[in-house]
Design a protein around this ligand. Structure first.
Ligand SMILES: [Zn+2]
Length: 224
């Protein structure tokens, strides 16, 4: 009986190892607060390094650069929403959150024909009302597991160090495509992550490896 149990444990371990082997080490880079004057250069840099990323756009800036969502999608990257005006969602009623996100989804759909799957809440702030609104809109919420702190340091060297010293398989990394320092940092970070064997993928691709069904009633930070 003991031997049977031992065999079953070994089989489970082997199957587990095989499942983990099914995907290469992966990271989802995310860029918030755009589109901006740096978004195109970021896309070019990603393409040069054979990397994908997700851009969480603020609708009021999309209005100023309405061509950008389609350009991002055409490059194989993903567009998510970062709300209309970057207001903290935990301070809004469910009705207001719903209206806000609805307009963002419609805007991207009209411009690209694509349906947005992911919300990056401004400052990562969510509430029960946020979950309720997202559920109605079939939106998933993703925060991050590694903050590049580019918004805080505004320093290329520190952004590079923060990412390369702390990155782990399955991370979702928070960056912004609104600072020249982040763009410069990515010139170093992208080739180095590739050299370490990571694939840089969209949020949707990373979470396609999530075990189980993704739900709007929670938020995701990384692929565990
Ligand atoms: Zn933001």
């Amino acid at each position: 009986m003991k031997r049977v149990f031992l065999c079953l444990v070994m089989l489970a371990l082997l199957l587990g190892a095989a499942a983990a082997d099914e995907r290469p080490p992966m990271i989802a880079l995310t860029f918030d607060d755009g589109p901006s004057e740096y978004t195109q250069q970021m896309l070019d840099l990603l393409a040069e390094n054979d990397c994908k990323a997700t851009f969480f756009m603020i609708a009021q800036y999309v209005e100023m650069m309405p061509e950008m969502p389609q350009i991002v999608i055409d490059s194989g990257c993903e567009v998510g929403t970062h709300t209309l005006f970057h207001r903290p969602l935990n301070e809004l009623s469910e009705g207001k959150i719903y209206t806000d996100l609805c307009k963002c989804i419609e805007q991207i759909e009209e411009l690209t024909g694509e349906h947005i799957r992911w919300l990056r809440p401004p400052w990562g702030k969510v509430s029960m009302d946020t979950y309720a609104a997202c559920r109605r809109l079939n939106l998933l919420i993703v925060k991050w597991s590694l903050d590049s702190s580019d918004w805080e340091s505004r320093n290329t060297e520190k952004i590079v160090q923060q990412i390369l010293d702390n990155v782990r398989d399955g991370d979702v990394i928070l960056c912004h495509d609104t600072y020249p320092e982040t763009l410069e940092a990515m010139r170093i970070v992208l080739p180095e992550l590739k050299a370490r064997g990571y694939e840089l993928v969209t949020v949707s691709e990373l979470f396609s490896y999530f075990p189980g069904e993704l739900k709007s009633t929670t938020f995701y930070t990384r692929l565990n």
